[in-house]
Design a protein around this ligand. Sequence first.
Ligand code: TYD
Length: 150
Amino acid sequence: MTTAFERTPPGMRLLRSVYDCAIIGFPRILDDRGNLTFIEQLRHIPFRIARAYWIYDVPGGESRGGHAYRELEECVVALSGSFDVFLDDGTAQKVVHLNRAYNGLYIPKMIWRHMRHFSTNAVALVLASLPYSEADYIRDYQDFKKRNGQ
Ligand code: TYD
């Protein structure tokens, strides 16, 4: 699937905004025996899933993230418990509270993010569009602002 971003004309510099981050409501099969949710790549999330990882056993008061990705797109799901995702595009900021296993937060590339306020037993599932690569990380906020500053 080609996204609007990928159709950007060559040479045009497109800046990502926190307003491009969006909650995706996944299908829910409600059942008295317990509910079920599923995801198919390119159908329920706008990229091919190359990797999944999850964050768990987060001690009280700890924070994860604190970086942006040059190319990676992600979808974050609170499979259990809750936490806040702090989003920053270099100009605008937004905080999204995740606490439902049937919602995913889509985050395009070039968005600075932190995850904070993890509840006890919170599990954050992250579906990612690329394999792990440290070279894709921007870990310096000033460097990020320079690249995505508006
Ligand atoms: P990092 O992405 O910095 O964690 P977070 O953003 O959640 O705070 O990753 C922490 C460490 O784990 C780092 O040394 C890289 C390693 N790592 C992998 O080896 N593979 C992966 O898929 C991920 C996400 C991290």
